[in-house]
Design a protein around this ligand. Structure first.
Ligand SMILES: [Zn+2]
Length: 272
C-alpha cells in the first residue's frame, strides 16, 4: 500500500531539487546565446600559418565569408596569392597587382588571413609620424610587446609606399620568389587608413612578428601591403587581443607541407 501511494506522487514533488539546476542551466545557455554577437571582441582569428605561405602553399583553404562571421576587421591574401586583403568596417577589399581595388564576393577562399571584431581600447592623436618612428617608439603606444594588437590608423599622409602580389599558377613558387618581382605603388598627399596587426615575437613561424599593416586610400581606389609611410597627422586606435585562435586547413597541400625549417630569415628579407 505504501509502495503504491509513493509511485503516484508526481515526480516534481519527490525531487524538486532537480528542477532548480535544470532551470539555471537553461537560463545560462540562453544568456550565452544573447551575448554571442559581442563575444569575438578581443579575439584574433587566424587562418593557416605564415610558414605555409613562405613555402608556396597558396591554395585557398577557408572561405572569406565564413571568416567574416568572426569579425569585421582584418588582413590577409587570397587563393593563389591574388592580391592583398583588407577587411574594414565589415567590408572586403582586394588590392590586385595592377593596383586596382576590387570588392570580391565573400565565397572567395583565403590561404592566410587574420580577423577580429574591432574594439578600440586605446585612442591616440598623431602628428608627424613615419613607419620607422612608429617601430622605434613602440613602447610609447603599446603597453607590452608580448600581446596581439589590432591597429587602425586614419589620417593624412605625405607619402605611402605599398605592394601587391600577382596571382600565381601551379607549381607555385615560394613567397620569396614572388616578392622579388612584386609591383610597388607610391601614394603622395593622400588620405587613407592603415589596417593591421601586431604579433609578439613568440609566434614566429605562425604569423608575421611585429607590425603587419595594409593600407587603403580614402577613396578606396588604391592600397596594398604597407612598406613605408609618412603621416602628416591623424589618429591611431588600438584593440588588445589577449585571445588567439588558429584555424588550420583540414585537407589539401597543407598536410604535405614541411614545417621543420626555420624560415625567419626568409620572412625578414620579404618584409624589408
Ligand atoms: Zn601583408
Amino acid at each position: 500500500m505504501s509502495f503504491r501511494s509513493e509511485t503516484i506522487v508526481p515526480i516534481y514533488k519527490q525531487i524538486p531539487i532537480l528542477f532548480i539546476p535544470l532551470v539555471l542551466l537553461w537560463s545560462c545557455n540562453n544568456s550565452g546565446r544573447e551575448h554571442s554577437k559581442e563575444s569575438n571582441q578581443g579575439i584574433l582569428f587566424q587562418v593557416s600559418v605564415i610558414d605555409a605561405l613562405l613555402q608556396g602553399l597558396f591554395d585557398g583553404v577557408y572561405p572569406v565569408d565564413k571568416m567574416m562571421e568572426k569579425g569585421d576587421f582584418g588582413i590577409g591574401t587570397f587563393h593563389a596569392l591574388n592580391g592583398e586583403m583588407i577587411i574594414l568596417n565589415d567590408t572586403l577589399f582586394q588590392v590586385v597587382s595592377s593596383g586596382e581595388v576590387n570588392m570580391p564576393s565573400g565565397n572567395i577562399l583565403t590561404p592566410f588571413a587574420v580577423i577580429t571584431e574591432f574594439k578600440s581600447d586605446k585612442q591616440i592623436s598623431l602628428g608627424e609620424l613615419s613607419f620607422d618612428s612608429l617601430k622605434n617608439s613602440f613602447s610609447q603606444y603599446f603597453p607590452t610587446p608580448n600581446m596581439f594588437y589590432a591597429i587602425k590608423m586614419q589620417g593624412e599622409f605625405r607619402r605611402v609606399r605599398t605592394r601587391s602580389v600577382p596571382e600565381q599558377s601551379k607549381p607555385y613558387p615560394t613567397l620569396a620568389e614572388v616578392a622579388a618581382v612584386q609591383p610597388e605603388f607610391t601614394f603622395e598627399n593622400v588620405e587613407g587608413v592603415i589596417v593591421g596587426f601586431y604579433c609578439p615575437h613568440f609566434v614566429k613561424g605562425i604569423n608575421v612578428t611585429g607590425l603587419h599593416l595594409h593600407f587603403l586610400t580614402g577613396d578606396r581606389k588604391g592600397g596594398g601591403h604597407l612598406l613605408d609611410f609618412e603621416m602628416k597627422s591623424g589618429s591611431m586606435e588600438i584593440g588588445y587581443l589577449p585571445d588567439f585562435r588558429l584555424l588550420l586547413p583540414e585537407e589539401g597541400d597543407f598536410f604535405e607541407g614541411d614545417f621543420t625549417k626555420d624560415r625567419t630569415k626568409e620572412l625578414e628579407k620579404i618584409e624589408n
